[in-house]
Design a binder for this molecule. Structure first.
Ligand code: NAP
Length: 315
């Protein structure tokens, strides 16, 4: 197979042996793979892949066609169009996936969309529903709204019937965010003036949380998922106490095979039907051919994107 390989902080394309599926695994012939911040951190040597996953091939999500299955698999998976969250190795022409982690993509989904769906929508759904316990009619503040996870979270929260306020650094993408389902769009400096919220989905970190902690409703839940804007912030503990608020956070990558299977089952059950119906979509900022993977990472690292950056491995 051909793989994107991290070599002393550089990305090079190398030939590697195809992965061999374990008894309960499949191999996916990859068509498209999204880039995530974790890939850029891994490239810089800060975020190693968990044990059991390729150490030098980045890629936490990809989409393609199942082309090999383990000898204990009984379902008819060969030839199925799928996408998946993986611990690493997604940015290659072939990727190993535990069979119970497959997400079965709609017939009408493009490879670009499917390549950018798994990590962002799975993360957003888990953060909103399983960590944040977001309920119909509640108010939610979503930072980093124009990014991959943010644009997914806005749509999921809207489809759950929440009142969504999306925060960005500039107003550049506000119209597109309202089209995704944001009821209100603001820039970071406007956070202190909004009505109190029941849930904060913190995708940026300190730069937003320092302000978001001032607009918590009683029993608010703050779910920290990303810290690109700083990992250290001064918290007003009296404010947390007086509002009986909860501050939590999570990562997806390090979870066990069983834990990830539970999260994926919820995605197949509740998000894929909405994706199939057109209620959910994956905004694509830009796609790149495999040969331009360095340009793709450079583009991902720049501010001002709306949606996902995807590398194409297929035709
Ligand atoms: N915990 C998990 O399991 C998990 C899973 C997936 C992702 N994440 C994390 O979640 C975060 C979002 O991921 P993503 O895939 O959505 O990334 P993304 O597509 O790059 O989007 C990030 C967004 O955050 C904004 N942003 C970045 N730095 C900012 C700052 N200092 N102040 C204000 N806004 C800032 C960006 O706006 P601009 O365009 O203005 O830069 C962009 O819209 C990342 O930190 C990622 O590592 C965590």
């Amino acid at each position: 197979m051909q793989a994107v390989v991290i070599d002393n902080g550089n990305l090079v394309i190398q030939d590697r042996p195809n992965p061999e599926p374990g008894p309960h695994d499949v191999v996916v012939a990859v068509q498209a793979a999204g880039i995530n911040a974790a890939d850029t951190m891994q490239r810089k040597g800060f975020y190693p892949a968990p044990a059991g996953w390729p150490a030098d091939i980045p890629g936490l999500e990809m989409a393609g066609v199942v082309n090999a299955v383990g000898d204990r698999i009984t379902e008819p998976l060969l030839g199925r169009r799928v996408c998946a969250v993986v611990g690493g190795g997604g940015q290659a022409t072939h990727c190993l996936v535990p069979a119970e982690h497959l997400i079965f993509i709609p017939d009408n989904a493009s490879w670009d969309e499917a390549g950018g769906f798994a990590e962002t929508f799975t993360t957003a759904h888990d953060a909103l529903v399983s960590q944040g316990h977001l309920r119909t009619g509640e108010r939610i503040l979503i930072s980093g709204g124009a990014g991959g996870v943010g644009s997914a979270a806005i749509q999921i929260a809207h489809s759950l019937g929440a009142q969504v306020t999306a925060v960005t650094r500039t107003a550049e993408h506000h119209e597109q965010l309202r089209a995704l389902g944001a009821d209100v769009t603001i820039t970071t400096d406007e956070i202190p003036s909004i009505e109190p919220v029941d849930v904060v989905l913190e995708l940026v970190g300190a730069a937003n949380l320092s302000l978001a902690q001032t607009v918590l409703a009683p029993r608010a839940r703050v779910v920290v998922i990303g810290v690109g804007g700083g990992a250290r912030v001064e918290i007003d503990l009296l404010g947390i106490m007086s509002r009986r608020a909860t501050l939590t956070g999570s990562t997806l990558r390090a979870r066990s095979r069983e834990e990830k299977a539970q999260v994926i089952a919820l995605v197949n059950q509740s998000l894929v039907p909405r994706w199939t119906d057109g209620e959910l979509r994956v905004p694509i900022a830009k796609t790149f051919p495999l040969g331009d993977v360095n340009e793709a990472y450079d583009y991902f690292g720049q501010p001002g994107k709306f949606g996902k950056v995807v590398v194409r491995f297929g035709d």
